[in-house]
Design a protein around this ligand. Sequence first.
Ligand code: PMP
Ligand code: GLN
Length: 378
Amino acid sequence: IETKLPKVGTTIFSVMSHLAVQHKAVNLGQGFPDFEPPQALRDALTRAMNNGLNQYAPGIGTAALREQIALKTERLYGHKVSPDSDITVTSGATEALFAAIAAVVRAGEEVIVFDPAYDSYEPAIELQGARAVHIPLTVPSFSIDWQRVRDAITPRTRMILINSPHNPSGAVLSAQDLDELADIVRDTPIVVLSDEVYEHIVYDGAHESVLRHPELAARSIVVSSFGKTYHCTGWKVGYAVAPTKLSAEFRKVHQYLTFCTFHPAQVAFAEFLASTPEHYLELPAFYQAKRDRFRNLLAPSRLKLLDVPGGYFQLVDYSAIHDQDDVSFCEWLVKEGGVAAIPLTPFYEKAPGTHLVRLCFAKSDATMEAAAERLCKL
Ligand code: PMP
Ligand code: GLN
């Protein structure tokens, strides 16, 4: 058959995790914690399964979980949303991103994305018969040049997709960035899709959610993921917050994409959010300790460490070790150096040829130490 996605192969996350197993490398590639979710959350999940909550959940998510998400959204971002009409629980942020794009973007339209861009965006756009317009972030700050965005707008621009804190760089958008964005989309039909899966992992100052910005919130779909917040990426539960009319369109896709999300986990999250709302408030300090520990462990290495304002990834420049491209370096590193990392090239339309790779520090001390020992030998 003729492929619909000629540019797509196996995602780099699967490729690197497979190589990590094959070569018995320490896996700092694919982003996932190697420690467990809170015990109380796991207990709540087990209880839900033992209490007969094993059949379909309501399609839009359980009422209790949507209520908790609404409370959190108001508490953190001062934004009032209706749990009934503005929040939809999804099977991970990946589903929410796909559903948002499918609900809004038509064939022939354009979606602006910023490179390096998380790898699920472009295939979702292409499957609509639409086109991703790539704008590179300014290296090494990975900031947005808003003039380039202005220049890229056409009558076909239907969506702008932002991601803060940013994967892979950890860069965060400021309140001024959101003002610039609001200025650009004002009086246009452009919908903003805001990927905020690392919303609770911001190190200095507060996360500037689009939901803090009333004008943007009125035209945005904001996506988050419980996998990142509660150390359970394998449970695949996320959600989308959007104004009522946009949510209604989003739900049309969601109901035929998955219909509903894993029921016992929704019950567990609702219970845990209600009993332990401080968990996500403690996340910045929790991950800052890991970040700083990891950076200290790598200080004697020949890797140059970039700043990490948010998220749980450390970008490192390996120019002092090798001059090969980042994909070759990662292949060499996993085989010869015993550490799996993620190259940045797969997240670019036109890779800038930087010598940067991504290391995940959502890891136990022992894992970080084992990786650092190997990386310091390079
Ligand atoms: N967006 C970004 C920026 C991510 O890093 C991830 C997960 N790595 C996702 C979306 C997908 O999240 P989920 O696992 O909840 O589908
Ligand atoms: N989002 C994770 C990362 O950036 C990986 C998710 C996946 O494997 N699809 O590493």
